[in-house]
Design a protein around this ligand. Structure first.
Ligand code: GDP
Ligand code: MN
Length: 372
């Protein structure tokens, strides 16, 4: 889950990492008010989950509140790298004396976090590493040890002496955030030297999708990403958005993946992967079907359930409730415990289950084509 800049900034603030003053807005008049309140020139920053916004025209400076309103009107509703801008961060524009890079990610080969620093930030770190590798320092952080002083000294050896101490302080806080929020990446680029000291001018935070359930994530989930994914997460489904138009629901990740493969082989494009989990009751099946039908891209749905712990009659009942009145065709393959009863419930409601997965895949693909 990739957070938007303003969400990352909020985490930075919680951990005492200094950021410029600012607020998020979604209309031009508010941009003007915030700019007036800050009493300085401002930067207006498109809140889209992509990097390189600066180059793409998503970062603009406005010297006055009037200008802020005008620029905000231009940016809001426009597209940056194909993504519509719905929100802007309006922050005080600061004087930049130097741009550093500081990030933490996981070195999967070494199975430890690695801290990365460069005194030449502001541009993509991969680019710096390519053209000037000596300007990028890496330090592995053994999880049981944490970022001990000697490691930070080694990391910041290539830093100019002036901000070294502040860099170490910020690195410690960033590591805490990285660990507490189960991040796979945290990145400050640029971490700018300004007259007011070091300031994090950008915030990139990616949180592991399989993070442990904890209320501290809830407010982040509320605002991040695709609305269907959000609802799915709240319902406790394992859900992945895909690019096509056929909803795929099943129980067990292996079965759902096999179903995706069959749909693809039959020439269709799945719109999602949705695993309702084992032992699902009618209520969960209903929620899953409603969720997928709520996705306006979906032209047909394939429900593929193997009833082991999950009882087919429960699945059938939930399915009929969830589908209530929809015009989107639903193909069902249901085998296992209480199969007969499940099929009876389905046929009473006018839904004919298919016998095999292959048959179901062929059918759902042709139905989706008709609906296109
Ligand atoms: P990105 O392009 O998506 O990574 O967005 P950033 O937030 O990193 O902004 C891109 C660039 O805009 C930065 O590298 C800075 O050079 C510049 N920038 C951002 N905030 C300010 C600011 O407050 N003042 C000035 N002068 N430049 C800024
Ligand atoms: Mn940046």
């Amino acid at each position: 889950m990739k957070l938007l800049e303003w969400q990352g900034r909020e985490l930075f603030q919680r951990y005492g990492i200094p950021v410029p003053r600012g607020e998020v807005v979604d209309d031009p008049a508010a941009a003007r008010r915030v700019a007036a309140g800050l009493g300085s020139a401002v930067v207006l920053k498109a809140q889209v989950p992509v990097g390189g916004r600066g180059k793409a025209g998503g970062i603009r400076i406005a010297p006055s509140p009037q200008e802020a309103e005008r620029v905000a009107a231009e940016l809001l509703g426009s597209e940056i790298k194909g993504i519509e801008v719905e929100r802007l961060l309006v922050a005080e524009a600061v004087e930049i004396r130097a741009e550093h890079y500081l990030g933490i990610t996981i070195d999967r080969a070494r199975r430890t976090p690695v801290m990365i620093y460069s005194p030449e930030g502001g541009v993509e770190i991969e680019e710096v590493a390519r053209i000037k590798p000596e300007a990028v320092a890496r330090e592995h952080i053994p999880p049981l040890e944490g970022p001990s002083p000697f490691r930070l000294r080694r990391l910041f050896r290539i830093a100019p002496p002036g901000p070294r101490k502040d860099l170490s302080r910020i690195a410690l806080k960033l590591y805490e955030l990285f660990r507490d929020y189960e991040a796979t990446l945290v990145e400050i680029n640029p971490l700018a030297e300004t007259p007011a000291g070091l300031l994090a001018l950008d915030a990139k935070v990616i949180i592991d999708e399989d993070h442990s359930p904890d209320p501290k994530f809830a407010e982040l989930g509320m605002v991040a990403g695709d609305p269907t994914e959000r609802v799915a997460r709240e319902a406790g489904f394992s859900y992945v958005r895909l690019e096509g138009d056929i909803g795929v629901i099943g129980n067990g990740a292996g079965l759902v993946m096999a179903t995706l493969d069959l749909v693809s082989q039959a020439g269709g494009k799945p719109a999602c992967f949705l695993d309702i989990g084992g032992g699902a009751r009618a209520e969960r099946v209903r929620a899953a079907v409603e969720l997928v039908l709520g996705d306006e891209r979906v032209r047909a749905v394939f429900v593929n359930v193997f009833g082991g712990i999950t009882r087919c009659d429960e699945v059938a009942r939930g399915l009929i409730e969830g589908a209530g009145g929809t015009r989107v065709p639903i193909v069902v393959r249901l085998t296992g415990t209480n199969e007969e009863e499940g099929r009876r419930i389905l046929s009473q409601a006018g839904v004919r289950p298919v016998e095999t997965m292959e048959e179901g895949a062929e059918l759902v693909v042709s139905l989706a084509e008709e609906g296109r």
